[in-house]
Design a protein around this ligand. Structure first.
Ligand code: HEM
Length: 407
């Protein structure tokens, strides 16, 4: 190791040491072999190879080459204008990138438009819970997924978490939009751009003097990692909704799953790793998500940044305790303890007493003819306001990073 690298590593250690002496080693069972059978996947067949060793063979070489030959700034500028699913790719993209993107933007042959329409019904009625769950269950859970926490912390976006979150929130917004995968929707574009970003991170992070000493892998964001994070999203959300007693018609629950199956495919995951049913999703999650959850110094730091997002508005007086209490309510005492989230007796009691009745009242009103549309309008207002706040009212543009976190 040369002098500069060693100095950087020591600097990184020093900065994070202040957060506490947490173990960065993954739990022993975190590296359990992959035994989930491809027969349970949307493909219904496959070799069953561990996706820990599969990354994105189509996107990775193209993006690595874009970075190495200095094309990224020009490509980012061109792609800023590419927003809608049916929009042609901007003229002037390098040929290798254009070929990849033309193929990556195709929906899988198994896309079922009727199921996607049911997902729209589901999202219309349950947008509020979905927003809360994506933000506080999935978002906070990502900080106790060690591979993800380290990758996010040491990549370029880790230095500006508000901007980073606004981009991730855009994906959560787009997948739930009424026209998500339709011609005028944006989910296909968001997924293809995210695939490019992930490919860039795979090229860049292994060059980071901060990530390499703490990572227990040489290339980040394997397809196994993507499925782990995927389970922190739809699988966790559906588990919570069921635990809260939200009555969801089977067709809508299937539709919601389908919108996320398509998302996984569009993010570059092979069909043989995408669960075909909730039962299969739960069994895969039990194997790959639950056992890896663990604290890391990077995750603790990220969670504090996330819980402090409201600080510019209220100096953290209300927002931080409320977000902390919600996180504990969603993810439980063990994870809240890992993240050093303080106890909030007032807010915790309120959530324990009032959240389920609030859901019951809201659900009880759903059969009234105007309720779903009114809920959608209200929830849409909150979603838009949240995105505006997170993006500082600037257009959200997912861009290929050129560097890692600088310090
Ligand atoms: C970037 C979503 C899995 C690490 C992004 C972005 C989105 C996204 C929307 C673009 C935001 C931006 O440019 O900042 C997702 C979804 C996933 C997933 C929906 C799974 C279903 C993962 C996993 C990891 C990861 C498993 C790491 C193990 C990152 C990193 C960035 C990124 C490091 C770039 C941050 C930056 O430097 O700007 N992801 N991601 N993601 N993602 Fe993911």
């Amino acid at each position: 190791m040369d002098k500069i690298q060693r100095r950087n590593v020591l600097k990184a250690g020093g900065a994070l040491g202040a957060i506490g002496a947490l173990s960065v080693a993954a739990p022993a069972h975190a590296k359990a072999p992959w035994t989930w059978a491809p027969q349970g996947s949307v493909a219904g067949t496959g070799a069953g190879a561990d996706p820990r060793w599969v990354w994105d063979p189509e996107a990775d070489p193209v993006v690595a080459s874009l970075i190495d030959r200095g094309d990224v700034p020009r490509v980012n500028e061109l792609l800023r204008t590419w927003k809608r699913n049916s929009q042609p790719l901007p003229a002037g993209l390098p040929a290798d990138l254009r070929d990849f993107m033309e193929s990556a933007r195709q929906l899988p042959s198994w896309t079922d438009q009727r199921k996607l329409a049911k997902a729209v019904e589901f999202n219309t009625k349950r947008g509020l819970y979905l927003g809360v769950l994506y933000g506080l269950a999935s978002g906070m859970m990502s900080t106790v997924i060690p591979h993800e926490a380290r990758a996010v912390y040491y990549s370029q976006g880790g230095a500006d978490m508000k901007d980073r979150i606004s981009k991730t929130a855009k994906l959560g917004y787009d997948v739930g939009a009424l026209n998500a995968y339709q011609a005028d929707g944006e989910m296909i574009v968001t997924c293809v751009k995210t695939r490019l970003v992930h490919a860039a991170v795979r090229h860049l992070l292994p060059q980071s003097p901060y990530w390499t000493p703490v990572a227990d892998e040489q290339i980040p964001i394997s397809q196994r990692d993507i499925m782990v994070t995927w389970h922190s999203l739809p699988t966790t959300v559906m588990q919570k909704l069921q635990a809260w007693g939200v009555p969801i018609p089977a067709a809508e629950s299937d539709g919601f799953l389908h919108s996320w199956q398509v998302a996984a495919h569009m993010l570059g995951v092979r069909d043989e790793y995408i669960p075909a049913s909730w039962a299969e999703a739960n069994s895969q999650a039990a194997q790959v998500l639950t056992p890896v959850l663990a604290p890391t110094p990077e995750g603790v730091r990220l969670s504090d940044i996330l819980l402090s997002l409201g600080t510019p508005v209220d100096a953290g007086i209300l927002s931080k305790p409320i977000l902390g209490a919600f996180t504990r309510y969603m993810l439980g005492d063990q994870i809240a303890g890992w993240l050093s989230i303080p106890r909030e007796p007032v807010w915790e009691t309120l959530l324990n007493v009032a959240w389920r009745p609030f859901i019951a009242v809201r659900e009880g009103l759903l059969p009234f003819p105007l309720a779903p549309a009114a809920y959608w309008l209200f929830d849409e207002f909150i979603r838009k306001a949240a995105l505006l706040f997170l993006s500082n009212a600037r257009p959200i543009s997912i861009e290929i990073p050129l560097t890692n976190r600088p310090t």
